[in-house]
Every structure is written in structure tokens, then in C-alpha cells.
Design a binder for this molecule. Structure first.
Ligand code: IPM
Ligand code: MG
Length: 357
């Protein structure tokens, strides 16, 4: 089969990790008889430098014309002082909206061979951890009305958390579809003891699940308690559904618990098969250009694309197994190496995984 993939390399280590993923995709293509065509478009800081806009029109058009999108990472110190509309992150927020990607799936998985890298005590993680955070991505306080004004006490500013029943239902459906294939347990996170929008969230999740997925057991958790439970007993969670901002915060926490943020991939999807796949980690400007990054998260993001956008389940598994083999063979980039272990570069790791495909 033939697929066109838009590649948004972005900033920092973005180009290096995307190159690694492309190398592995080409190995999959050669083995299973698929042809992948890669079209590169700028996003983030490099797009600001090139065209004065973190998300040029050609990038949006290229993404909408492609079968799916692979993203590296955006941002860097260089653009930290730019006005808010000209910041690299804005490119990411706008492409999510332009592609209608309302659901962000962030699996935080502890790889058994890396259990010692977790900052938690070994006994808390020894049986494995896999928390799948389903984050609403195009609503809530990220996109609500905001502003600032002068008042009697000087300047003030506001941002609005707003959710409609429709927005809550469609993200709940995505979470339920995952939960029925797994433990049939769903944790919904909110702040219903304080926020009106959370009370609507809670009521809608329950009504929607009772109507459409009665086999799923839904449990509510307040976000502050959730933050605590993730470090106290991460193994209790399976699928978790939450709002845009809570999901942003909790997914970083869950990722850190696995000790291997350089290994974690995420997918953003809407109502079509076209998605945006990216590593959970950022652009790591401190190691950019040094061939020292860990390409595995981006390689696994590419694998998720094969499975979830193209229905290539065998090919997905081939990449996952190749990554596991590379780890079992003792290959480590610096971020996941234990003391005294020899480390490999970003390109060596990508090559090793491509060879094992
Ligand atoms: C993420 C990031 C983004 C977000 C930033 C870069 C805008 O933190 O993907 O989690 O807050 O969504
Ligand atoms: Mg974040």
C-alpha cells in the first residue's frame, strides 16, 4: 500500500528523532511491501524563523492533504521572549485545532527492562505500569475566552474553562472504546467539588457511559487526589479520561513515573483516520544537533500511526518487538542507560531498531 506522511520536524532534537522514525518506517516498508512518501513542512520556532509564523498555511494544507502526520517537537530558548501568538507552542495548538484533533491518547508505559529507571520504589512498579491518559485536546481553558484589562487594583487577566456536553461525550466515547478492549475500567478526573464545568463533565461521563457502555465501570477522581495516587500506586490505573489542562499536567506526571519519558509516544485523533503522532517529550534544545537524543518515542509514535491511522497491526507489532529486542540486546541512549552501561547515539539506536525490523 502507498501512504503519504507529512513530517513536521520542528525544533531542537526534532529533525534527528524524525529521521530515526523515517529510517524505521522505510525498513517496515521494505519488509511488508508498503511505500511511504515523506513530505516535510515547518512548524514552531523554525517556521517563525523561516516565515514569521509558527504554523504557515502550507503546513496546514500539507497536513490536511497527507494520510497522517508525524511531529518531532517544538520550542526552544531562542523564542521564549516572543509574544504569545508568535511562540512555537502556538503552532502546535493551532495544528491540533485545524485538524480537528480533539482526542489525545498518552500511554505511560513502564518498560520492564527499564523498571529501575523509575523514580519510584521498585516494589511500587515491579508488576508494570500502563496508564493510558485520554486527554481532551481542543476545548477547555486552552481555547476558552481570555483577556486582560485594567481595574481598580491594576491589571488583571482571565482564562475560561468551558465544556459542552457534545465535547465531553465525544472524548468519553474514545476513552470507552479503549476501556472495553482492556480492563473495562475507566477513571474520569475532574474538580467537581469546585468547578461548574467539572460537574457537567462528571454528569455527562456517567450518563454517556450508562447509556452506551454499561459494561464499563466508571470511577471519578478529583484531580488533586489523582496527582497523589499516580505516585502512591500507579499500577491501580488503566484508562483515564480528563480535560485538556488536567490531562496536560497529569500526563507529564504519569510519564515521569515510568522513568523513561524518552520512550513514550502519543496520538492525537479526531473523527477521521488522519492523526498527528508525536513523542511525549519536548525539543531538548540542550542536546540538539549532538546525535544524543533517544529516538524511541518518535519511532513508537510512527508505529502507532501504522496501527491507528493505517490499520497495519502486524507492522505496528514489528516495530514494538524490534524496540524490545534492541533494549534486550543492551542498547541504550544516554537518558535510559544505567550507570556503567555503554551508550549509543540517536542514529545508532534508530539503525539498530531498523535492522531488527
Ligand atoms: C503538550 C505540551 C503543549 C500543551 C504545549 C507545548 C502547548 O505541553 O503537548 O503537552 O500544553 O498541550
Ligand atoms: Mg504538556
Amino acid at each position: 500500500m502507498k501512504f503519504t506522511i507529512a513530517v513536521l520536524d520542528g525544533d531542537g532534537i526534532g529533525p534527528e528523532i524524525c529521521a530515526g522514525a523515517i529510517q524505521v518506517l522505510n525498513a517496515v516498508g521494505a519488509k511488508y511491501g508498503h511505500q511511504f512518501t515523506f513530505e516535510h513542512y515547518p512548524i514552531g520556532g523554525c517556521a517563525i524563523d523561516e516565515c514569521g509564523d509558527p504554523l504557515p498555511r502550507a503546513t496546514v494544507e500539507g497536513c490536511l492533504a497527507a494520510d497522517s502526520v508525524l511531529l518531532g517537537a517544538v520550542g526552544g530558548y531562542k523564542w521564549d521572549d516572543m509574544p504569545v501568538d508568535k511562540r512555537p507552542e502556538k503552532g502546535l495548538l493551532r495544528i491540533r485545532q485545524a485538524m480537528g484533533l480533539y482526542s489525545n491518547i498518552r500511554p505511560a508505559k513502564l518498560w520492564k527492562s527499564l523498571a529501575k529507571a523509575s523514580p519510584l520504589r521498585y516494589e511500587l512498579v515491579k508488576d508494570g505500569v500502563e496508564i493510558i491518559i485520554v486527554r481532551e485536546l481542543t476545548g477547555g481553558i486552552y481555547f476558552g475566552e481570555r483577556g486582560s484589562a485594567e481595574g481598580a487594583d491594576g491589571e488583571y487577566a482571565w482564562d475560561t474553562e468551558k465544556y459542552s456536553v457534545k465535547e465531553i461525550e465525544r472524548i468519553t466515547r474514545i476513552a470507552c472504546e479503549l476501556a472495553v478492549k482492556r480492563s473495562k475500567k475507566l477513571v474520569s478526573v475532574d474538580k467537581a467539588n469546585v468547578l461548574q464545568s467539572s460537574r457537567l463533565w462528571r454528569k455527562t461521563v456517567h450518563e454517556y457511559c450508562a447509556r452506551n457502555y454499561p459494561q464499563i465501570e466508571v470511577k471519578d477522581m478529583l484531580v488533586d487526589n489523582m496527582a497523589m495516587q499516580i505516585v502512591k500506586n500507579p499500577a491501580q490505573f488503566d484508562v483515564v479520561v480528563t480535560s485538556n489542562m488536567f490531562g496536560d499536567i497529569l500526563s507529564d506526571e504519569a510519564a515521569q513515573v515510568t522513568g523513561s519519558i524518552g520512550m513514550l509516544a502519543s496520538s492525537s485523533l479526531g473523527d477521521s483516520k488522519r492523526g498527528l503522532y508525536e513523542p511525549i517529550h519536548g525539543s531538548a534544545p540542550d542536546i540538539a544537533g549532538k546525535d544524543a537524543a533517544n529516538p524511541i518515542a518518535t519511532i513508537l509514535a510512527a508505529a502507532m500511526m501504522l496501527r491507528d491511522s493505517f490499520d497495519l497491526v502486524r507492522e505496528y507489532a514489528a516495530i514494538e518487538i524490534a524496540v524490545q529486542k534492541a533494549l534486550d540486546d543492551g542498547l541504550r541512549t544516554a537518558d535510559i542507560a544505567e550507570k556503567g552501561m555503554r551508550t549509543v547515539s540517536c542514529s545508532e539506536m534508530a539503525q539498530a531498531i531498523a535492522d531488527r525490523v
